[in-house]
Design a protein around this ligand. Structure first.
Ligand SMILES: C[S@@+](CC[C@H](N)C(=O)[O-])C[C@H]1O[C@@H](n2cnc3c(N)ncnc32)[C@H](O)[C@@H]1O
Length: 257
């Protein structure tokens, strides 16, 4: 049983709420803007309950969702079963990032969202992920933002914890699922992508002004749209983006000459 077998239901519930949806909507918007206008081959590493896998398949792409947690994959398969028109475009693979049984396959987009924070360091994962990107293809990494550790705690009023995290320059904090997770910086992820031959694209900060809300936040549709557009506008711009709870980095492998 992986750690996520135990917390999977809590994560699925978080993803369904407005605060979880904000993150998925922002990331999906960027990916659809960057992808070419044709069906692409996509790998979603650490796909969890399949939120982005299914969104990308709905957009017409062929997506493999990989995750080591049997429970997360079962949840993902259950969601796919309710949308049979997508089934020909989606495959599930039970595998850890360290042992992806993909032979020599390469993808137009490799996603790794919300996974690096559970690993001790990002270097080995970035080496594997970049190696799976086809010429002209993209790597999309969504990671916890190390620069923003302590911001959520401060805005929630837990000043003592926030001060301790900020003064110590902590690289991890307790996340949504009550598990301590590690932060990365966009600069370091871009540097690693470049080391393996990819060209970094502008990165975005994700969930800047709404991260400290809890999962009971339930805005009206109009208020949700306002929140989404505010987050999107700020996500590109420093200093706002530097305070996003997550960073979304993208990098492209140059096409073959
Ligand atoms: C926070 S969930 C994110 C799920 C999904 N990518 C998303 O953004 O909604 C983290 C997922 O990473 C998976 N995971 C944890 N360690 C992993 C590893 N070493 N290799 C691949 N996936 C891993 C977990 O099983 C879990 O499903």
């Amino acid at each position: 049983m992986t750690g996520f077998d135990a917390v999977g239901a809590a994560y699925t519930a978080h993803s369904a709420g407005a605060r979880g949806r904000l993150r998925h909507d922002l990331v999906e918007r960027r990916l659809l803007a960057e992808l070419p206008d044709r069906p692409c081959r996509i790998l979603d590493v650490g796909c969890g309950s399949g939120e982005m896998t299914l969104r990308l398949a709905s957009a017409g792409h062929r997506v493999t969702g990989a995750d080591p947690s049997a429970r997360m994959l079962a949840a993902a398969a259950g969601r796919l079963a309710t949308r049979p028109r997508l089934s020909a475009r989606v495959r599930w693979l039970r595998a850890d990032i360290e042992e992806l049984p993909l032979g020599g396959r390469r993808f137009d987009l490799v996603c790794c969202h919300g996974v690096l924070m559970y690993l001790d360091e990002p270097g080995a994962a970035m080496a594997r992920l970049t190696g799976l990107v086809a010429p002209g293809g993209l790597l999309s990494v969504l990671a916890k933002n190390r620069h923003a550790i302590g911001v959520r705690e401060a805005l929630r009023g837990d000043r003592a914890t926030a001060r301790r995290l900020i003064e110590s320059g902590a690289d991890r904090s307790v996340g949504n699922l009550e598990v301590a997770t590690r932060g990365d910086t966009a600069e370091e992820l871009d540097r690693l992508a470049a080391r393996y031959g990819l060209v970094p694209l502008p990165w975005q900060g994700v969930r800047i002004f709404h991260d400290h809300l809890d999962d009971s936040w339930s805005p009206t549709p109009a208020a949700y749209t306002e929140a989404l557009e505010l987050e999107w506008a700020a996500s590109w711009r420093s200093p706002h983006r530097d305070l996003g709870h997550l960073v979304h980095t993208l990098a492209r492998r140059p096409p073959c000459a």
